[in-house]
Design a protein around this ligand. Structure first.
Ligand code: HEC
Ligand code: HEC
Length: 274
């Protein structure tokens, strides 16, 4: 105490005393507060408790302390662990601020932390669960001979063009949506995340439930995308991967443009020749 009183004038003293007082209060609270009793049904697992604590720190400001939602973010009751897994592993969540579109970014959490938060969100209400590899990886594909493999990929391509290309473009290259939003490129997206995106429908994307696309369908689509993006570019200009529309457009612009240029050149020459 002598030390403190002789240095009372020192600007740091106040801060140190305050920190000591806070520490003391914290220690007292920890010693005296009743240990939280676990709920009647035998208590939450440690993983869920861990998830709840992480959620309180990183997510509750927008999603509410119990995932009930706030003006800054929707309720997470019943979204399920698959949605949390997708949103966190692709770095979309935690969002920095609610914006036009919350893009992919570097994920700052460990796998164990994400699993804990996902397990906690699962306790809020029944939702889509994180898939097992059998649900999205077609083991038949590796085993299949060339012909079967080609058939699965072709089916996936058909399903993709029917259900996805309106937003993600024919080759999954992504595209613009109204109101400044966009569907991202699907190049290099992990198989599990493709499955989770289909089943949970992030942001503007519709949910494709099992009634719309069975797990077999999702496997075909994933196989199609894998095959498409595993392929080296076949050379030449990719023209944005818009398929026949893009190529037709370029032929139109260059072809007609070229003809017009030639026509102008000829008339000029003709005028000069006079
Ligand atoms: C700055 C606010 C903010 C923070 C912090 C935040 N979120 Fe979100 N979250 C949002 C908003 C806004 C949406 C809705 C995005 C949309 O659909 O346009 C959302 C959507 C989600 C969804 C998708 C819900 C669905 O319907 O499928 C999940 C899951 C989610 N957040 C989990 C989390 C988790 C887990 C954390 C903490 C690690 C977190 N969020 C932190 C704002 C936030
Ligand atoms: C109505 C437009 C729309 C349709 C149809 C649609 N999506 Fe999406 N998709 C989006 C949007 C918008 C996002 C971005 C969501 C976000 O940022 O949270 C997205 C995101 C994704 C992602 C995440 C990519 C990433 O960068 O992490 C995948 C994977 C995906 N979609 C696959 C599909 C598949 C497969 C289909 C068809 C079965 C499909 N989408 C149909 C609009 C659509």
């Amino acid at each position: 105490m002598r030390l403190l009183s002789t240095r009372r004038r020192h600007p740091a003293t106040k801060t140190i005393v305050l920190a000591m007082a806070l520490f003391l209060m914290g220690a007292l609270y920890a010693a005296l507060a009743p240990t939280p009793r676990s709920s009647a049904d035998g208590g939450m697992s440690t993983q869920v408790e861990e998830g709840k604590a992480l959620f309180a720190v990183g997510c509750s400001s927008c999603h509410g302390l119990n995932g009930e939602g706030t003006s800054q973010g929707p309720t997470l009751m019943g979204v399920g662990s698959a949605s949390v897994d997708f949103q966190m592993e692709t770095g979309r969540m935690p969002a920095k601020a609610p914006g036009q579109q919350l893009p992919r970014k570097e994920n700052q959490y460990t796998d164990a932390e994400i699993a804990a938060i996902a397990a906690y969100v699962d306790t809020l209400g029944p939702g889509v669960q994180i898939p097992e590899p059998e649900q999205y990886q077609s083991s038949e594909l590796e085993a299949a001979n060339g012909e079967e493999r080609a058939r699965l990929i072709a089916r996936g391509g058909e399903l993709f063009r029917t259900n996805c290309s309106a937003c993600h473009n024919f080759q999954g290259g992504g595209g613009a949506l109204p109101e400044g939003r966009y569907a991202p490129s699907l190049m290099g997206v992990e198989d599990k995340h493709i499955w989770e995106a289909m089943r949970t429908g992030p942001q503007q994307m519709p949910v494709f439930s099992e009634e719309t696309l069975t797990d077999e369908d999702t496997k075909a689509i994933i196989a199609y995308l894998e095959n498409l993006h595993g392929q080296p570019d076949s050379g030449g200009l990719s023209l944005g991967g818009f398929g026949p529309v893009g190529e037709g457009l370029w032929v139109w612009v260059l072809g007609i443009g070229g003809l017009a240029a030639v026509a102008v050149w000829i008339t000029k020459k003709g005028v000069r020749a006079k």
